[in-house]
Design a protein. Structure first.
Lengths: 115, 111
């Protein structure tokens, strides 16, 4: 079956512009996580969605970052007024359930460069 | 503070030279530990999940083991195609469903 897909694969933007990143999880996966990976760094948790529960936004670095998910399908991560420090790879992962008893499957990532 | 530390940061091996990667963790309780492989420009690819001390899992040339404080990823007779960054992630037991990732070990296997 299809894996997790993300779009765009690469995004170059100018400082101050807004960007929207998209994630299509594996069908049937109720949990969806967003991570940020800076060059040479580990994965940094941003936000996760579990079914219809309120998302856990505790990892969002500032109020410029927001995310939405429609039911148990597509999710979008929006970064407003981008800054150069936002340059990173943004990874999405989905799993049957949140919490570590189910495997997370990752998408290929969106490489964001803010000039 | 809960931490996940991977060592070494980088490892160079000759083809056929077996070695081990380490993931040590300090959490109050472990729900699950995951190993991933990440190739340049790609998302992490799932390898193993371990849940309790003493557990072991194998896949081809890879074997993952778990103790109460650390996990090892043993690579037996590696090949150049095993070159990648290996990531470890820990889910703590309790109410949080947020994993902590280590920074990874970059493995290069020379032919």
């Amino acid at each position: 079956g299809a894996g997790v897909s993300q779009s765009p694969s690469n995004k170059v933007t100018e400082k101050g512009k807004d960007v929207e990143l998209r994630c299509d999880p594996i069908s049937g996966h109720t949990a969806l996580y967003w991570y940020r990976q800076r060059l040479g760094q580990g994965l940094e948790f941003l936000i996760y969605f579990q079914g219809n529960s309120a998302p856990d936004k505790s990892g969002l670095p500032s109020d410029r970052f927001s995310a939405e998910r429609t039911g148990e399908s597509v999710s979008t991560l929006t970064i407003q007024r981008t800054q150069q420090e936002d340059s990173a790879v943004y990874l999405c992962a989905s799993s049957l359930l949140a919490g570590g008893k189910e495997t997370q499957y990752f998408g290929p990532g969106t490489r964001l460069l803010v000039l | 503070e809960d931490q996940v530390t991977q060592s070494p940061e980088a490892l160079r091996l000759q083809e056929g030279e077996s070695s081990s990667l380490n993931c040590s963790y300090t959490v109050s309780g472990l729900r699950g530990l995951f190993w991933y492989r990440q190739d340049p420009g790609k998302g992490p690819e799932f390898l193993f999940t371990l849940y309790s001390a003493g557990e072991e899992k194998e896949k081809e040339r890879l074997k993952a083991t778990l103790t109460k404080k650390e996990s090892f990823l043993h690579i037996t007779a590696p090949k150049p195609e095993d070159s990648a960054t290996y990531l470890c992630a820990v889910f703590q037991s309790g109410g949080s469903y947020i994993p902590t990732f280590g920074r990874g070990t970059s493995l290069i296997v020379h032919p």
